[in-house]
Design a protein around this ligand. Structure first.
Ligand code: PMV
Length: 313
């Protein structure tokens, strides 16, 4: 038996960090994908092959014993082969850059949950999402589940801690240019630094949260009309808030300047401190934005919003 599934990467368009304190965030899936192939085998083992390394273990190991970024796959395989009298071979193929805030681990969990579970029964997207979030918790215990959700359903989504996720119906036709700072960052550490900023500047932080909430309400309207120029301006405003809370740095500011000069707007996506920025473009300025990043030797690529989400074969 063989089963295959693929899931998109994601970007946070608006609201990172403030979302931790209850403000709404807007995320979207992008058309970079990870594909997972799962196959039952006779040997009593779980074997995972990927472009970031391999892992081969017998079933029933404790999660704590495993120190590998491939742990979510092991968790899923181990859970789903219980009582099935089979081993499993998993192959992971990805065109998502790893560890730069584009949701590669969530996409792995979603595609992994789908490919492995569908070896044994037809599972719904809801069931797959539940499994994927469980698997992601083996590496990031406090995940909000937002990344796995957008990787499963695709499109654009609003999320807040109290009300959860809500898919946004708009299907805007813009291109995002994503540029990678190649600076590794720890989301956990940067979230901790923001907490300290908040504790020292309660009033300022609360004003920023209010401004971010208002900005996001505006975006929800602007998206309905595909008003790319104004959305771009709000992206730049959101970047100012991120600068204020201290998650930017010199390299990111240089990259954002290129984006803001050439496109409709540019900001950090995700935790900051490193990772990626994105610039909002359409056919009128996509090429010039890409060229400027390339001329200045930045690693960049363009993506569109993925409206498909999880795909199974
Ligand atoms: O670095 P990423 O893409 O995983 O984004 C982290 C988003 C934060 O708002 C900074 C943290 C969080 O848990 O929401």
């Amino acid at each position: 038996m063989k089963s295959k599934a693929s899931s998109p990467a994601k970007v946070i368009l608006f609201g990172e960090h403030f979302v931790v304190y209850g403000v709404k965030a807007i995320l979207c899936a992008i058309n970079k994908r990870i594909t997972v192939t799962a196959e039952t085998i006779k040997e009593n083992k779980i074997s995972i092959k990927s472009n970031i390394g391999n892992l081969e273990l017998e079933p029933n190991k404790e999660n704590l014993e495993i120190d590998s970024p491939l742990k979510p796959f092991y968790y899923l395989a181990n859970k789903l082969i219980k009582n099935q009298n089979t081993g499993i071979r998993i192959k992971v193929e990805s065109d998502i850059p790893l560890g730069v805030g584009l949701g590669s681990s969530s996409a792995c969990c979603v595609a992994g949950a789908a490919a492995i579970s569908r070896l044994f029964k037809k599972t719904s997207k809801e069931e797959i999402l539940e499994l994927a979030i469980e698997a992601e918790k083996t590496i990031f215990e406090n995940t909000s589940g937002a990344d796995c959700t957008v990787c499963t359903y695709g499109g654009i989504m609003e999320y807040d801690k109290k009300n959860g996720f809500n898919k946004i119906g708009s299907e805007p036709n813009f291109h995002l240019v994503i540029a990678n700072s190649k600076i590794e960052h720890s989301t956990k550490l940067i979230v901790e630094n923001v907490k300290q900023f908040k504790e020292k500047n309660e009033e300022k932080f609360s004003t920023l949260c209010d401004k971010e909430s208002k900005l996001i309400e505006d975006i929800l309207e602007l998206l309905k009309n595909n008003n790319i120029v104004e959305i771009g301006q709000r992206i730049n405003e959101n970047q100012e808030y991120l600068e204020t809370i201290g998650v930017s740095n010199e390299k990111l500011r240089m990259m954002i300047k290129i984006g803001q000069d050439k496109s409709f707007g540019a900001k950090i996506t995700g935790a900051g401190g490193g990772g990626c920025i994105f610039a909002l473009t359409n056919e009128s300025n996509l090429e010039q934005t890409m060229n400027q990043f390339k001329n200045e030797n930045y690693d960049c690529f363009s993506v569109k919003i993925d409206f498909k989400g999880l795909d199974t074969f």
